[in-house]
Write a protein that binds this ligand. Structure first.
Ligand SMILES: [Fe+2]
Ligand SMILES: [Fe+2]
Length: 197
């Protein structure tokens, strides 16, 4: 049986809550990353697959950790952080897409070297990983109220936060490109319509 990036969600998922949560977030991150990648002439199928599957390594984790509203313990944090590595393995072994797997692995690396799993710095992080990092964070801040915080930011507040963390967590140049693109094309929340185009 041929696996597709989309079919992996259904295969890995524990139940409908997890599936819904991750599919919606993943589709929005794929849309944003595609827009950013095309704008800087760095778009291909592997980027799209990596953006869609960036959190696939989280889907097998226990719901009590994934949806825990309180602060995570150090051990729980470590378990969550393993998703970069697990996602890398899944995309490499199940889909045989080593480049996409590398981008998945890189999506929590920080520009200043403080990220995970490898603590890569600056341009040592794949540009695809740097793009997914920004789009993922933006979506989490503006959409996902269940994780990290109970406060959902406006686009403007999220832009401010991205700029505040530019050249520490994020590639500052990509942040600026991303912000102008979202201002121009992405202010509507109708992601499903946007994805069809
Ligand atoms: Fe992630
Ligand atoms: Fe994510």
């Amino acid at each position: 049986m041929n696996k597709t990036p989309q079919s992996l969600f259904n295969e890995i998922t524990q139940d409908n809550d997890v599936l819904r949560e991750f599919k919606n977030h993943s589709n929005r991150v794929m849309y944003l990353t595609t827009m950013l990648g095309k704008a800087i002439n760095c778009y291909d199928e592997e980027l799209k697959v990596a953006a869609l599957l960036h959190d696939i390594g989280k889907m097998g984790l226990s719901k009590s950790i994934l949806f825990k509203p309180e602060k995570l313990t150090p051990l729980e944090k470590r378990i969550i952080e393993s998703h970069s590595h697990v996602g890398n393995l899944i995309v490499r072994k199940e889909l045989n897409m080593p480049r996409a797997a590398q981008f998945v692995r890189d999506h929590h690396e920080n520009w200043d070297g403080s990220g995970y799993p490898r603590g890569l710095k600056g341009e040592d992080i794949s540009i695809q990983g740097r793009m997914i990092r920004i789009c993922d964070t933006f979506d989490t801040m503006t959409y996902e109220v269940r994780h990290y915080s109970t406060y959902k930011m406006s686009h403007e507040e999220a832009f401010e936060e991205l700029r505040r963390c530019a050249w520490r967590e994020f590639d500052g140049q990509l942040v600026e490109t991303f912000i102008s693109l979202v201002k121009e094309h992405g202010t509507s929340n109708d992601w499903s319509t946007a994805m069809k185009t």
